[in-house]
Write a protein that binds this ligand. Structure first.
Ligand code: XIL
Length: 371
């Protein structure tokens, strides 16, 4: 017990050793940005009188999580979610396969329930992904190669979904993930749409000019991950056309591919120099785990804690990093055990106990006074 507390204290208190000079960069900020699309000073501290949680420690950076719809509304899942976070994204129910399960039939029920939860608990949301090869519904296969039809399916989908939320729940979804993984997974059948990525962003901009639009991918986080340059070129072109506000760094890491924080900071700053914000959109840090729930080596949670701390601290120390989202928060509901031999990637264990990862995040926020 004593040892556990010592470790937790060390992780939390050594917070920003690497990033003490938080304002060292001379980032050129976007002078023309629409102020509505930029994150406002965090309006979402814990609404419960005396309420604590990570959300009470931040001023300008949203702290969020992906939400597993099937357990929303059950406790302790919902109670922890509401207490700790001020931003959510649907883990799966905002994807096209769920939202347009058959042609022309839109099903918003599950994502609407999350929006309602966010409203009650004074949270903001990311919406989407709108276009992702990994969530193309089966009924679209028959239109393979049919350029005109695919173009109309895509533009109708983006407009219908975004306007559903901007009209029914104005101001809740403040950022849309318009395209996910175009430079890694490709675009699936949508690849037949001429200028697909740009058209998706144009359509999204027209559907709701007041929200932030972002491009999301993996392997774009550090300079060595292989996808940084491709994403840089793509987003630079979109930004130049006024179609993009931010880049999402998925940030799925683990003991096998732990990044260097200096490289993460360089990446964030390089997007900042283009006038773009950065969101950490899917952070998790997987550990070798035979059962998917507990680490094979109990000491790994300490290493994990330092990465949670340093990644969030890097975001906090980089002025254009505005949202920090983990891909779930409890090991009881995580996509990581789907990778055989891996698990225990999130800040709460499967029994909702706080792990060193949680205290690492808390320490990073305390050290930066929430920026
Ligand atoms: C994952 C979900 O977590 C899983 O439940 C689902 O089976 C597949 O998708 N990158 C992304 C996310 O952008 O949408 C993915 O989410 C994880 C990888």
């Amino acid at each position: 017990m004593k040892m556990k507390h010592l470790v937790i204290t060390l992780i939390a208190s050594s917070g920003l050793m690497l990033f003490g000079c938080s304002e060292q960069s001379g980032l050129s900020r976007s002078p023309t940005a629409n102020p509505i699309r930029k994150a406002t000073p965090n309006p979402s501290p814990n609404p419960t009188p005396g309420g604590q949680g990570l959300r009470s420690l931040t001023k300008n950076v949203y702290i969020g999580t992906a939400v597993a719809a099937p357990v929303l509304g059950t406790d302790p899942y919902s109670a922890v979610l509401a207490n700790e976070y001020n931003m959510v994204i649907a883990e799966n129910v905002g994807k096209m396969g769920a939202v347009e399960p058959s042609e022309g039939v839109f099903d918003f029920k599950a994502q609407d329930a999350l929006v309602s939860f966010a409203i009650v608990h004074k949270m903001k949301m990311q919406g989407g992904p709108l276009i992702w090869a990994g969530s193309i519904p089966g009924w679209m296969k028959k239109y393979q190669g049919d350029t005109a039809k695919l173009t109309s399916i895509m533009t109708t989908y983006i407009t219908t979904v975004m306007q559903h939320y901007s009209t029914r729940f104005p101001g809740v979804i403040i950022a849309w993930e318009v395209v996910n993984e175009a430079t890694t997974s490709g675009l699936g059948v949508f690849a037949a749409v001429p200028n697909c990525v740009e058209l998706a962003f144009q359509t999204a901009r027209a559907a709701d000019p007041s929200v932030a639009l972002f491009y999301n991918d993996y392997g774009d986080e550090s300079q060595t991950a292989g996808n940084t340059t491709k994403v840089y070129n793509l987003v630079a072109a979109l930004k130049q056309k006024g179609l993009l506000d931010a880049v999402g760094l998925q940030s799925h890491f683990g003991t096998h591919n732990a990044p260097k924080m200096s490289a993460i900071k360089t990446t964030m700053e390089s997007f900042g120099a283009l006038g773009l914000d950065v969101y950490v959109t899917e952070f998790d840090f997987r550990l070798p785990s035979a059962n998917g729930l507990t680490p094979d080596n109990p000491n790994d949670v300490i290493t994990q804690g330092t990465y949670y701390r340093d990644y969030l601290a890097t975001c906090m120390a980089t002025p254009n990093c505005k949202q920090f989202i983990t891909w779930g928060f409890t090991d009881a509901h995580s996509w990581i055990p789907g990778f055989r031999g891996w698990g225990a990637a999130l800040p709460f264990d499967a029994d909702y106990n706080k792990k060193p990862a949680y205290y690492g995040m808390q320490g990073a926020l305390v050290r930066t006074a929430g920026r």
